[in-house]
Design a protein around this ligand. Structure first.
Ligand SMILES: Cc1ncc(COP(=O)(O)O)c(C=O)c1O
Ligand SMILES: [Zn+2]
Length: 388
């Protein structure tokens, strides 16, 4: 297809594309896929998209899989961008939207990343895939590995929402619950992977999950008729959705689809685990590990992210910001969004609402701006977080 090479996101060292690789062989940072975008843009045009399949593979030319028959798909992507009229009215916004990722296979945006990563892992010959996960990535890996006929080895904190554990078991994965955080799960995968013959599909530790997630950016542009919103509010753990969208915007600009204007990228984290917020406020490019990480929004319980500098670079370049909200605020917001819009958000996604209120109060966002809140998963997976 159109892939030219892999490139280190920090030191820019080039790596060969058609090999199973994890991190940069020189500096240990994430590898990103680079394309011949001029060639891609010959067949991938705005007009050509009209008749294409209603999933993320509609952007085939800017996705890494070589042969069509290697695509492992459960119908991921092309999720609705809902116009949140009632909520918007309450807040005084005319153009408030929710990108509703709960409508993906396995009910979260992790399906996008795993569709791309598992397709590539299979194409390049891996047989056993391992992942540390806060929950939703695990469910997605289990499903896509099953669909691909590969084995999945999953490591999650022992207090991960039960729905995530059960879905992995019911889709045939090997599940290990770890007495610790996602970083401890990652260390366990790293320690055992060579001896066990596992390919590590940790987020941003292989180059392809982000390629699936970047389609969020392509979809957003297409659904808004090629005019990006003014503000994107993104619940950030590992940050790959945000980093992926930022990459998509650059690719679209290079293909001549959009101009150089970018949305303000806003990272929302939980007050009990806010390493990116701290680093942003301290003016740092790399984030320190957040001690004693704690939040009921399990996807935000990521005390250290390998893509920290990519998140922080994007926020700063866009004129955006980073902020924390409390668990009480995000749980209350879940009900508020649900009652106003009929969308039962994951608590991570609900965190976008108190964040928007703070942005308005601080006059960092105006009510005339077009704002998109990202709901990356389904509230129904988090029954432990809600009291009835
Ligand atoms: C529902 C939900 N929202 C948000 C996030 C955070 O996403 P990211 O890792 O891209 O920052 C996750 C990740 O686990 C998630 O499952
Ligand atoms: Zn490097």
């Amino acid at each position: 297809m159109n892939v030219t090479h892999l490139e280190c996101a920090l030191c820019a060292l080039k790596h060969e594309a058609r090999r199973l690789l994890n991190l940069c062989t020189k500096c240990g940072k994430p590898l990103l896929v680079r394309y011949d975008l001029e060639q891609a843009a010959r067949s991938l045009t705005k007009e050509s998209l009209r008749g294409r399949r209603a999933d993320l593979w509609r952007y085939r030319e800017v996705l890494p899989v070589d042969a069509d028959e290697h695509i492992i798909s459960l119908g991921e992507g092309w999720t609705p961008l809902l116009h949140a009229r009632a909520l918007g009215e309450q807040l005084g916004f005319r153009e408030l939207y929710i990108k509703d990722e709960s409508q993906n296979p396995t009910q979260s945006f992790k399906a996008r990343g795993m569709a791309a990563a598992v397709s590539m892992a299979k194409e390049l010959g891996a047989q056993k895939l391992a992942v540390p996960s806060a929950g939703n990535a695990a469910g997605a890996l289990a499903a896509y590995a099953a669909c691909a006929g590969l084995e999945a080895f999953i490591f999650m904190p022992k207090d991960t929402p039960r729905a995530n554990v059960i879905e992995c078991e019911q889709t045939g994965a090997h599940v290990t619950l770890v007495d610790g955080l996602i970083t401890d799960c990652g260390a366990e995968v790293a320690r055992r992977k060579d001896a066990e013959g596992w390919f590590d599909v940790s987020t941003l530790k292989e180059p392809y999950r982000i390629e699936g997630k970047k389609t969020l950016g392509y979809e957003l542009a297409e659904q808004l008729d090629w005019e990006l919103p003014d503000v994107i509010i993104y619940p950030t753990g590992g940050g790959t959705g945000l980093i992926g969208m930022w990459k998509a915007f650059d690719e679209m600009e290079q293909m001549g689809w959009i101009g150089s204007k970018r949305p303000k990228m806003v990272t929302v984290q939980a007050a009990g685990c806010a390493p990116i917020v701290r680093a942003f406020e301290a003016g740092k490019r790399f984030a320190d590990e957040f001690p004693n990480a704690q939040t009921t929004a399990s996807g935000l319980r990521v005390p250290r992210a390998i893509g920290d500098f990519l998140i922080l670079d994007a926020i700063r370049a866009s004129g955006g910001t980073a902020m924390a909200v409390t668990d009480e605020q995000l749980i209350a917001a879940t009900r508020e969004i649900g009652a106003a819009e009929g969308v039962f958000c994951a608590p991570e996604g609900a965190a976008c609402l108190p964040a928007l209120r703070k942005l308005v109060e601080a006059e960092q966002v105006g009510r005339d701006e077009r704002v998109v809140l990202f709901n990356m998963g389904a509230g129904v997976k988090y029954l432990e977080s809600f009291s009835s």
